[in-house]
Design a binder for this molecule. Structure first.
Ligand SMILES: [Zn+2]
Length: 254
């Protein structure tokens, strides 16, 4: 979004900004609303540009592996915590990219999968990750798996690269009151659209096709892959960290 548009939206939504403390960069701030209908994807921290969704992922990382009340920026460089994030140049990258054990990725057809695009940033295809078995304590994917053609294969890959007891912390659109909506038949070589194609915006690759909208059967699938999964729904108290109206899956490799 162009800066001028963003400023206009910030002014239009003056009544919807919320004060709190960012659990990624640690600043006390006003979280800036630019779209009240989709607060999960905005309520930006002006310091680290994290969205509500990203701070919700941060909440789960802090809850599972860090000290209560700490922030992502406070993870010491010396901490033996290896993190793989399938997102680049985000608030986590800003705070952690100088850590040896922080690796992130994007997918670009111009690069060979596994090649290092720049320090700490790899080209990766989630269905065929090039990392060794049991490399990471945490893998993060945000609104990615609805776009992975063979999502079962992708989940098996994430499971493979996690250490025993490691966490896949992720978000996907999910209807908890019904089964997965299969939008595209991917059983053959070619995609067959079963429903009008749905595309979601991606800051790097533009509009990308959603193969499915997950449903309650996601839990059976995750169990079959070898994960124990819980879902965290944001609550009233999370608002103090600028987290609104979202849910995050936390799958532990058992
Ligand atoms: Zn922040």
């Amino acid at each position: 979004m162009k800066l001028i548009n963003a400023v206009q939206k910030v002014i239009q939504n003056l009544g919807n900004h919320q004060l709190g403390k960012c659990n990624i960069c640690g600043n006390i701030t006003a979280f800036l609303c630019i779209d009240v209908q989709a607060v999960r994807n905005n309520m930006y921290c002006p310091f680290c540009r994290s969205s509500s969704r990203k701070r919700h992922v941060a909440k789960i990382i802090i809850q599972e592996v860090l000290k209560p009340g700490s922030t992502i920026a406070e993870i010491p460089q010396t901490q033996e915590l290896s993190i793989y994030n399938a997102d680049v140049d985000d608030a986590f990258y800003q705070k952690l990219h100088h850590h040896n054990l922080y690796i992130c990725s994007t997918f670009s057809p111009e690069f060979k999968p596994g090649s290092e695009i720049r320090p700490g940033v790899f080209c990766q295809d989630l269905e065929h990750l090039t990392f060794a078995n049991e490399t990471f304590d945490i893998a993060i994917t945000e609104d990615v798996f609805e776009h992975v053609r063979n999502h079962q294969q992708g989940l098996r890959e994430v499971h493979r690269i996690l250490k025993p007891g490691g966490y896949h912390i992720f978000t996907v659109p999910c209807n908890f009151d019904r089964e997965t909506i299969v939008r595209v038949d991917t059983s053959g070589k070619e995609d067959i659209h079963l429903l009008p194609p749905e595309y979601h915006g991606d800051k790097i690759r533009g509009n990308i096709l959603a193969y499915r909208t997950f449903g309650i059967d996601i839990f059976d699938l995750l169990k079959k892959v070898g994960f124990e999964t819980k879902v965290d729904f944001s609550n009233y108290l999370d608002r103090k960290n600028g987290i609104f109206d979202s849910y995050v899956f936390c799958s532990q490799k058992v």
